[in-house]
Design a protein around this ligand. Structure first.
Ligand code: F6P
Length: 366
């Protein structure tokens, strides 16, 4: 056991997801009860580390949070310490500074011996300069997108799949009543995991994911053939990052102050309108949005998050440095924290789930 670890800092970075509080609870309880180590929560991700917004977590703070969505620490998907936004200059251009030294100062004044950083690839990338300066960071991967390199699954994903499946199920009955095409846009950034899983679970007729660019003509033919076969409706599960073979992803907004400035959105509206114009079949679109990230984690996510938090603490106390907790082939283990930085785990185009879906006549529009 490491005697040098007495005080641990912990932050949640990036977009929130169900299960963050379960990790915070697992880390804090294991640290306090098993090792007698003190834990300090950092508010709003790296923003709080730059601004020294740090407070001690007691067992009272983490009591009753296992089932709660979001994060009691607050999160931030804009802040990158090595390129920290400082407002706009006179010409309206954003100004940035390297705020790594502010983070180091916060770590010093609070006498933190290590940091637990809970986040996605962006958070692991933000931790990299601190790791280079000798700060022991242990990463815990989270995201509803399930796109983090090195881990087969992230907590938050299972809950998001369930929410998305429920929404697609509901669209089914109304689509059937009105003989319409319903296009539902799901999150996931550049990865199609969420849409692929929810699409299969809901029996969606068409599944569109970024990894398999679509051809609108083949979608028109498919939904028309369903009409001709007296199946007077179609459900299309569409990832926000899906794009036509000859087109680009549709961007809803750009945020130049964010480490990942692109926010995708709008593809479902585009597809619904094209289908209606080209086939005459009445079509509607639904954008599920942040509903997919909110609310209580499902039991499997609570368990996974608790296992991740526990493993993070155990590794730290065993003397490990610069590791990220992962799930590989059903086992919890860990990899170098930089393994996930600046990378995305996409759906392989020959993934077995794609073949399974094709065999039940799901159309991928390709
Ligand atoms: O990475 C999680 C995620 O929800 C993506 O699926 C989505 O593209 C993005 O975050 C949305 O970001 P924001 O919360 O800034 O709108």
């Amino acid at each position: 056991m490491s005697d040098s670890i007495k005080r641990i800092g912990m932050l949640t970075g990036g977009g929130d997801c169900p299960g963050l509080n379960a990790v915070i609870r697992a880390v804090t309880k294991t640290a306090l009860y098993k090792y007698g180590v003190r834990v300090f929560g950092i508010e709003d991700g790296f923003q709080g580390l730059i601004e020294n917004r740090v407070g001690e977590l007691t067992s009272l703070h983490v009591s009753g949070i296992l089932t709660r969505g979001g994060t009691i620490l607050g999160s931030n998907n804009k802040c990158n310490p090595s390129r920290h936004y400082m407002g706009d200059d006179e010409d309206g251009n954003p100004k940035f500074i390297d705020a790594t030294d502010y983070c180091l100062q916060t770590i010093r004044v609070n006498e933190l011996d290590a940091l637990i950083v809970i986040g996605g690839d962006g958070t692991m990338s933000c931790a990299a300069p601190l790791v280079e300066k000798g700060i022991n960071c242990i990463g815990v991967p989270k995201t509803i997108d399930n796109d983090i390199m090195g881990t087969d699954i992230t907590f938050g994903f299972t809950t998001a799949v369930s929410i998305a499946t429920g929404a697609l199920d509901r669209l089914h009955s109304t689509a059937a009543s009105h003989h319409r095409v319903m296009v539902c846009e799901l999150m996931g950034r550049n990865a199609g995991w969420l849409t692929l899983h929810a699409g299969i679970a809901s029996g969606s007729d068409v599944i569109l994911i970024p990894e398999l660019p679509f051809d609108l003509d083949s979608i028109y033919k498919f939904v028309q053939s369903r009409m001709d076969r007296q199946r007077g409706f179609s459900i299309i599960a569409c990832a926000e990052g899906a794009r036509a073979k000859d087109g680009k992803q549709i961007v809803a907004r750009h945020d130049p102050t964010s480490p990942d400035p692109v926010r995708l959105g709008g593809v479902a509206e585009y597809i619904a309108s094209e289908i209606e114009q080209h086939t005459g079949i009445e079509s509607r679109f639904t954008v599920l949005g942040h509903v997919q990230r909110g609310g209580a984690p499902m039991p499997m996510d609570r368990i996974l998050a608790t296992r991740f938090g526990h493993h993070a603490l155990e590794k730290l106390m065993a003397g490990a440095t610069g590791r990220m907790v992962v799930m590989q082939k059903g086992e919890i283990t860990d990899v170098d924290i930089l393994h996930a930085a600046h990378k995305q785990r996409l759906v392989p185009t020959d993934h077995s789930l794609i073949n399974v879906a094709r065999s039940v006549r799901t159309c991928f529009g390709d």
